[in-house]
Design a protein around this ligand. Structure first.
Ligand code: HEC
Ligand code: HEC
Ligand code: HEC
Ligand code: HEC
Ligand code: HEC
Ligand code: HEC
Ligand code: HEC
Ligand code: HEC
Ligand code: HEC
Ligand code: HEC
Length: 306
């Protein structure tokens, strides 16, 4: 209640606070106070405000009281009197050129830490959903988590591009922990693209394509691999890599990922499927061309993720 009494003593100087409270108290029917539904959210006060150190920010007016609109210095220096600099890293959020109070309240807020609005709402006042790809049909569910933006970005500055909290793939494995475990497994072959960064293949916020892919295979793969590699066929002369259904997963198109896994695999050349065990002969060819090694009805369908 300290803040209220401070404000009241400024704005209603001359009126006794006690009289005001009594007047309000009698004018309003008591049950209003008992209704939990209208209890305002608890506001957390900024210590210098709570402790009435108003003049650590405001200039004093002629009467010695804080002048509401003039300050002892400009932001951000005003805030750096007591806070560590927030712009020490190489990648600095351009919003830091403005005022800290673009995002923070100087006095009090119900949203920690002294935020003017919920993180997502705050960030998207300047960054439109559209520009971030958040309106596209496939959404990254990381974005529905509370304080989503600052799970991946530092709001002030960072040593990493786009003020990320870490480079990918590390950043992504904060939540995709199973993938983090696999990437540290010495017994798997890792597609080097993963080290170059998950964002080479996935959009971080939203995408038109399933699995947040920036493009669908095979175009996705050709952003780094020379398209000429399939001239004449791959992996063997005359072998198709697109243009018909995958014979094992007929609902999918035949593509690079019919034979290769995008991230890692226990097999060399990040090949898909556990073809080293029976009924296959240790060659990926016999997964699709099983007729070569056995007669119908053929083996049960192997797991896509094996
Ligand atoms: C940490 C610095 C800081 C402290 C401490 C502080 N203020 Fe402020 N105050 C500000 C800033 C900055 C603004 C401008 C509001 C904005 O930019 O969001 C402001 C605005 C105001 C205003 C204008 C109306 C409003 O709320 O925007 C009043 C009145 C005011 N302060 C009174 C006080 C009083 C009284 C105290 C002490 C109890 C106090 N302030 C303590 C920084 C401070
Ligand atoms: C007179 C010293 C002082 C000034 C000036 C000051 N602060 Fe603070 N601020 C504090 C103290 C003390 C705390 C509580 C301890 C802490 O978390 O650092 C705090 C806490 C905060 C927090 C919450 C931190 C958390 O982890 O919960 C934010 C955000 C903040 N201040 C922003 C600002 C901004 C923005 C300004 C400038 C408009 C400012 N402060 C100016 C002293 C100050
Ligand atoms: C673009 C919006 C934005 C601006 C501008 C901004 N902040 Fe923040 N700040 C945030 C958000 C969001 C958090 C919460 C981060 C989290 O929870 O991980 C935060 C956290 C903080 C904290 C507590 C955690 C920490 O990093 O110490 C302090 C203190 C703080 N800000 C001070 C400042 C000061 C001082 C300025 C101006 C130099 C400033 N902020 C400018 C959005 C902003
Ligand atoms: C007051 C306006 C404002 C707010 C609020 C704001 N930003 Fe920004 N931000 C900018 C501007 C301006 C740029 C530079 C132009 C651009 O890239 O759109 C920028 C750029 C960025 C960039 C790209 C930086 C780079 O290196 O290319 C990221 C990431 C970012 N903001 C994240 C955030 C996050 C997360 C929040 C919420 C905590 C946020 N922004 C809130 C104004 C803002
Ligand atoms: C899962 C992690 C993650 C979350 C959550 C996230 N971002 Fe990003 N964001 C990224 C990555 C990674 C990039 C860099 C993409 C790249 O380099 O291609 C990025 C880039 C950006 C950029 C730069 C835009 C550009 O095209 O370069 C802005 C602005 C931005 N994010 C804002 C936000 C805002 C606002 C939120 C919250 C609504 C948010 N981000 C949530 C990971 C995330
Ligand atoms: C803050 C937590 C968090 C971070 C960090 C994070 N993700 Fe996610 N991601 C999720 C959640 C939650 C889901 C939905 C559940 C699931 O599929 O595991 C998801 C799903 C996905 C999906 C599957 C989408 C689909 O449609 O099936 C992809 C792809 C993905 N994330 C990529 C990334 C990439 C790339 C990064 C790093 C830039 C990243 N994630 C960082 C939380 C996170
Ligand atoms: C070379 C491109 C590429 C890179 C780099 C890449 N991915 Fe993927 N990712 C894909 C493709 C293609 C799929 C779809 C696989 C499918 O449909 O079976 C996928 C699927 C996913 C899925 C959905 C679940 C699954 O396994 O099918 C998640 C989550 C995911 N990726 C996260 C990541 C993360 C995190 C990183 C960085 C560590 C990353 N990806 C790097 C291409 C890539
Ligand atoms: C971001 C760039 C990038 C993208 C996108 C990419 N790759 Fe790669 N890939 C590499 C690099 C770098 C290597 C290692 C050098 C080389 O073999 O060309 C590699 C190697 C490979 C290898 C050989 C692995 C080994 O163990 O020798 C295969 C197979 C492969 N990629 C398949 C794919 C497929 C399939 C896609 C699409 C889903 C794809 N790549 C997309 C960068 C990429
Ligand atoms: C029908 C299965 C199949 C398809 C489809 C396929 N590959 Fe391959 N790929 C293989 C096999 C098998 C090897 C290993 C060849 C070897 O070791 O001699 C291989 C090897 C590779 C290599 C490593 C070449 C080297 O010299 O080390 C790359 C890169 C590659 N494939 C990329 C792709 C890309 C990109 C696509 C999609 C355009 C694709 N593959 C489609 C089966 C396939
Ligand atoms: C993901 C499934 C798949 C894998 C794995 C696969 N193929 Fe194929 N292969 C096909 C499809 C689809 C065709 C075209 C339809 C057909 O002829 O059955 C084809 C066609 C062929 C043909 C006939 C080509 C022509 O000229 O008409 C040969 C030979 C062949 N594959 C050999 C191989 C060899 C050798 C391997 C292992 C290196 C292999 N395939 C791996 C799916 C696969």
């Amino acid at each position: 209640m300290k803040s209220l009494s401070n404000f009241l003593s400024i704005r209603y100087a001359g009126i006794s606070l006690m009289v005001l409270i009594l007047a309000l108290g009698f004018a309003l029917p008591l049950p209003v106070f008992a209704d939990a539904a209208i209890t305002p959210p608890v506001k957390i006060q900024h210590p210098p405000f709570a402790e009435a150190k108003c003049l650590s920010c405001h200039k004093a007016a002629a009467d010695g009281k804080p002048s509401p609109k003039t300050f002892i210095m400009n932001q951000p220096d005003l805030c750096y009197q007591c806070h560590e600099r927030k712009d020490k890293n190489t990648v600095i959020h351009p919003a830091m050129k403005g005022k800290c109070t673009a995002c923070h309240s100087a006095h009090e807020s119900a949203i920690k830490p002294l935020l003017k609005s919920k993180v997502e709402d705050m960030c998207t006042t300047c960054h439109l959903h559209d520009d971030l790809g958040m309106d596209l049909p496939i959404k990254h569910l990381a974005l529905v988590m509370s304080k989503s933006c600052v799970r991946c970005h530092n709001p002030h500055s960072s040593p990493y591009p786009k003020m990320l909290k870490a480079v990918t793939p590390i950043l992504c494995t904060y939540c995709h922990t199973d993938m983090g475990r696999d990437l540290n497994n010495e017994n798997v072959h890792i597609h080097p693209a993963v080290y170059l960064g998950c964002e080479n293949c996935h959009a971080p916020h939203g995408s038109e394509n399933p699995k947040l892919l920036k493009q669908m295979p095979n175009d996705l793969c050709f952003t780094c691999h020379d398209k000429k590699m399939i001239d004449g066929g791959h992996p063997k002369a005359g072998h198709p890599t697109s243009g018909q259904p995958d014979p094992i997963y007929k609902e999918k198109d035949l593509s690079c990922i019919s034979c290769h896994k995008p991230h890692f695999s226990p097999n060399k050349k990040v090949l898909r499927y556990n073809f080293n065990t029976a009924p296959y002969d240790g060659s990926i060819c016999s997964v699709c061309h099983w007729q070569v090694v056995m007669s119908p009805p053929g083996p049960p369908r192997p797991d896509w993720n094996d």
